[in-house]
Ligand binder design. Sequence first.
Ligand code: HEC
Length: 406
Amino acid sequence: MLEHLSELMHLIARWVHLIAGIMWIGNSMLFNWLDRNLERAADARPGLVGNIWMVHSGGFYEVEKKSLEPSQMPATLHWFKWQNGITWLSGISLLILVFYMAAASTMVDPEVADISANTAVLISAASLPLAYLAYDLSWRTAIGKRPTLATLLTIAVVVAASAVYFTYFSGRAAYVHVGVLIGTLMTGNVWFVIVPSQRELIAATLEGREQDPAIGYQAKQRSIHNNYFTFPLLFIMLSGHFPSTFSHPQGWLILTVLALGSAGIRHLMNIRFTTPLWLFPAVTLFFLTGFFALLMMANRDLLGSDLPARTTPVPFGEVADIIHRRCTSCHSVTPTDNVYRSPPNGLVFDTSDQIVRKAEDIKLRAVVQKTMPLANLTGITPEERAALGAWVDQGAQGPAKGEVKP
Ligand code: HEC
């Protein structure tokens, strides 16, 4: 009953997170696009910044961007802040459900750092407000008047926090935390800088005065930051599906390449109307090649290099024994693990057929990437990993005639 409740909460949080996230990022992309494509009207009416015509879903839309006289303030004004608010709140709920509540297996990796689950949660929870504070101060104080310096400081804040994550957390948790951090900076920007600036704009309009330009300028700056944060953030949120990235010994380097590369693509999309189009594929290709080069280097280094050599034949019985001692506490229809009450990803190793069918996956996760057993909770040895790898290389045979099926 309890585990179903927890799965239900998990499902709802993830679903809400995805929907709110699509709405938030989608809106933000649309407004960015609008701003870049506005046409300056020929009949320069007072207050008109620009306008644009669009066709979408069965109608023409004309949008005008303008400043208003106090008397023109509309009765209903639509805000776009809750998409962000809900994305962040559901994201934090997921952080708690997926990571904090199972920190011993999802955040701690004894091969990275032997810390307690509570320490891991503490590091995570403290890092987010601290990093936002450091980032916010670098733009709010006098330093913010020197954008290059402030930009370098911003990168330093993200890198420093990431270094902490990669020092103390499992690869997967470190990746997700960099994402949570970026998402938190973006959310702070919305609620502490951009929304207050919009309130001030409305107040200034109602009072018939100019908006304080400093406030508007800051909001624009933060909105540009959020624009560049988007693509790295979205990759990180998907990274859980790509164990070769986060389980890479230089996982932080891969993340850096992908983050800078994707922010660079965002930049090209921003300037594409003023820049030669060929830059697009060129830069994309450049960073993807770099990324795959890193991955390939990793796979060559990882394959067996740090495992004891196993050259003798590995009978299936030995494999089944390893799997049952090291894997089926989770990967079984009746798991005994305290956290995983149903088999993770539906993967089950209860019968010899199930083991043989998943031979390649077993090698990938337990031998090449070493991301299984999760946090090595079941204490698999290097010799056992080598035996699993050798068994797969030798053809992943099932039980021989007469051998007892597990
Ligand atoms: C403590 C629980 C636990 C143990 C023990 C464990 N796993 Fe996993 N396993 C998981 C979780 C959780 C996932 C899903 C998350 C992921 O893919 O990292 C998973 C996913 C996998 C996947 C990917 C499945 C897919 O469809 O993507 C493979 C393969 C795998 N485990 C193999 C193993 C092997 C082999 C062992 C033993 C050497 C093992 N696991 C031990 C928890 C565990």
